[in-house]
Ligand binder design. Structure first.
Ligand code: ADP
Ligand code: ZN
Length: 218
């Protein structure tokens, strides 16, 4: 089983990816987390991608495609959830080709959607744990202790790219490039659209209604 999860920044992809991976025992591949880790340890990839992340632009496809290829080889026996990849048509084609080489394909492409105003509100209030990746919202889903991760006790931080001008840039990139995936996956007959308004539990339930019956929980 291979699932692609996409949607505009702030729609709750990361949160849902975490819930889904645990519930259905999928290996989660989160491109944004992976890139931020490279930046944090200042690896050679990290140094090459840092400015793109800061400005809200897509990292060049050659870097992205290489990271994914290595992951696919290492996890060829596993069920995979792709979060934040692909993000444009070129990446989608390359994923399809790489999977085909392994005799695999995408089973579902799930798009989460909400209104732009809601996105900006969510992102400006977002905090995250750089250690375990858990995402919080100061207004709707705060940690038990202010500024501290419930799961691992680490200090929570705000992402560099969660400031309004960069949020707007990320939305533009989404609307001009990533949204094209909708038509692409519709043609492959794997596309499903999910309303991402409401609580994370409500959204999760909507996704499970689609996947239940297709995925074994064991
Ligand atoms: P969000 O969806 O909230 O913008 P992500 O963590 O998925 O957050 O991505 C953060 C940033 O990482 C993007 O703005 C972009 O710079 C980079 N990035 C993530 N995935 C990709 C990708 N598939 N291709 C190119 N750049 C990417
Ligand atoms: Zn944590």
């Amino acid at each position: 089983m291979r699932i692609v999860l996409f949607g505009p920044p702030g729609v709750g992809k990361g949160t849902q990816a975490e819930l889904l991976a645990n519930h259905f025992h999928l290996v989660k591949f989160s491109m944004g987390d992976l890139l931020r880790q490279e930046v944090a340890v200042s690896s050679s990839i990290g140094r090459r991608v840092e400015s793109y992340l800061k400005q809200g632009n897509l990292v060049p496809d050659d870097i992205i495609v290489e990271l994914v290829y290595n992951f696919l080889l290492e996890n060829r026996e596993r069920d995979i959830l792709f979060d934040g990849f692909p993000r444009n048509l070129n990446q989608a084609h390359s994923l399809e080709q790489n999977l085909a080489q392994l005799g695999q394909k995408i089973d579902f492409a799930l798009e989460l959607y909400i209104a732009d105003e809601e996105i900006i509100k969510r992102l400006q209030n977002r905090l995250y744990c750089s250690s375990c990746g858990r995402i919080y919202n100061c207004l709707t889903d705060p940690p038990k202790k202010k500024g501290i991760c419930d799961v691992c006790g680490q200090e929570l931080i705000k992402r560099d790219d969660d400031e309004e001008p960069v949020i707007r840039r990320r939305l533009d990139v989404y609307n001009s490039q990533t949204r094209l995936l909708t038509e692409y996956y519709k043609e492959l007959n794997v596309y499903k659209r999910i309303d991402a308004s409401g609580s994370k539990e409500q959204i999760f339930k909507r996704i499970c209604e689609i996947l239940d019956g297709y995925i074994d929980k064991e």
